[in-house]
Design a protein around this ligand. Sequence first.
Ligand SMILES: [Zn+2]
Length: 279
Amino acid sequence: MAIFKDKHYLRVKLDKETDESLWMQCKSCGELVFKRRVRENNNICPYCGEYFFLTARERIESLIDEGSFTDISKPIMAADPLLFQDTKPYPQRIEDAQEKTGLADAIIIGSVVISEIAVIIGVMDFRFIGGSMGSVMGEQICHGMEEAIRNQCPFILVSSSGGARIQEGILSLMQMAKTSVVRAQLAEQRLPFISVMTYPTTAGVQASIASLGDVIIAEKGAMIGFAGRRVIRGTIAEELPPNYQTDSFALEHGSIDRVANREHLREELSNVLRFFVRQ
Ligand SMILES: [Zn+2]
């Protein structure tokens, strides 16, 4: 149940960094790194190769032909029909996330060009309530696919999500079905859908739209699965393989098609797009 708020809709307003510190410490190797150097390196640690999170904006910029992005997200924001409250009321949680990220919700839909091929892209942002899929994200993904149908072009979804947004209860679970239905319309039109799974692609998102790509590419280091390791181990009372829910495990078991390093992701997408789209 997304509500339309044309006037008050928050366009992406934070193009600037809010964090003013120039240095950061890599959580993997412990080195102090100049932030700009990390940013220029696709948010990869120049010392040990650790991947840091990319914001949705950074991810988009890393994949597209320069300057080709137009934000076509719908002007909608989440409602709070369940009057949900955990440690804070849901509307407050939304507002805090908007303040922190400059986004209206956890996904941006854009019209972009990749290697001279026009594409509609949806990119999730994990900073916004764990990239969770509520009614807004579900509607935005459907909107993106409908735009792809309207423009007769491919659709790309880059996932980074902890799953359904529990604060919206059943309404968030319904998004799994809703996005799958529109995805089928994309297939009827014989338009390609490329799903990119990044760290983490889990639960309701992994169990629905992210796993429905014609081609599914995982970024190296992606965590791919439904419930967490501890929950599964506790439920089935069995030890899990050490690489369980990793990119390599998903590849070996056929739930994804490719694994790509972050620096090669754009090239991978270009190759797949060129395969599908005759120019
Ligand atoms: Zn490092």
